[in-house]
Design a protein around this ligand. Structure first.
Ligand code: 6PG
Length: 228
């Protein structure tokens, strides 16, 4: 059965709904277990949702933000996802939220190993995935040499370093593995625009793209949120 797509009439409504889901998931986790963790994607699409979420009243010292993937650039580089998250969620960090980086100033491979160690103990109350028009999600790029490793459900790693020549911002990437997403309670796939929707629908109908790999029995079923 093709997964349902929850549609919003406007991007504003889509962002509001996304922010509410993040806030609710983290608030629920704090109420239940006294701590909460969200893994967030970079890229342009989710930025307004992050701004809205940062205005929420949460017990921020109990919240940890992690990344879905990272471009292998320092946090002060315009392409950095860490930089983006720290900037757009500044009120949350000012309020005491923690951040778990993927980037480290080592070689790409060493940074991948360091991030893997940091991410191994994490469980995610919510993971916000994005998608590119080529059907990539996280840094699972079509044609990347390590794509198989990234998607391998038996991969013991949580974070992998890889190179994808077509990747925006930096071809060198750090990414959660699909196996790490088995530790997520909830997955959101946030997409906007007709082109991405058409690519996702084609991927789910059999014209495979990495985003289709999110729809696997071992993972929570992604909730697809979309606006034109
Ligand atoms: C990244 C991402 C990536 C992103 C998509 C969509 O760092 O590039 O985390 O997977 O979610 O590329 O990006 P846009 O929202 O900019 O289209």
């Amino acid at each position: 059965m093709t997964p349902a797509i929850t549609e919003y009439a406007t991007r504003e409504a889509l962002m509001q709904a996304t922010a509410e889901r993040i806030t609710r998931a983290l608030g629920g986790a704090i109420a239940q277990r006294g701590a909460a963790c969200a893994a967030l994607s970079g890229g342009a699409t989710p930025v307004p949702a992050y701004r809205l979420h940062a205005g929420a009243k949460l017990d921020w010292p109990k919240v940890t933000f992690a990344l879905v993937d990272e471009r292998f650039v320092p946090p002060d580089d315009a392409a950095s996802n860490e930089g983006l998250v720290r900037r757009e969620l500044k009120p949350a960090f000012d309020g005491g939220a923690r951040f778990i980086p993927m980037y480290a100033p080592h070689t790409l491979g060493e940074a991948g190993d360091a991030a893997n160690a940091l991410y191994a103990p994490l469980t995610f109350d919510i993971v916000l995935m994005g998608m590119g028009v080529d059907g990539h999600t996280a840094s699972w790029f079509p044609g990347a040499a390590k794509l198989g490793e990234a998607l391998d459900m038996d991969n013991p790693r949580s974070v992998l370093s890889l190179t994808a020549p077509q990747a925006e911002g930096s071809p060198e990437r750090l990414t959660l593995t699909r196996a790490a997403l088995t530790r997520a309670s909830r997955l959101i796939l946030l997409i906007a625009g007709e082109e991405k929707r058409a690519r996702l629908e084609a991927a789910l109908a059999g014209d495979w793209a990495p985003a289709a790999a999110l729809f696997a029995p071992a993972l929570p079923e992604p909730e697809i949120l979309w606006a034109p």
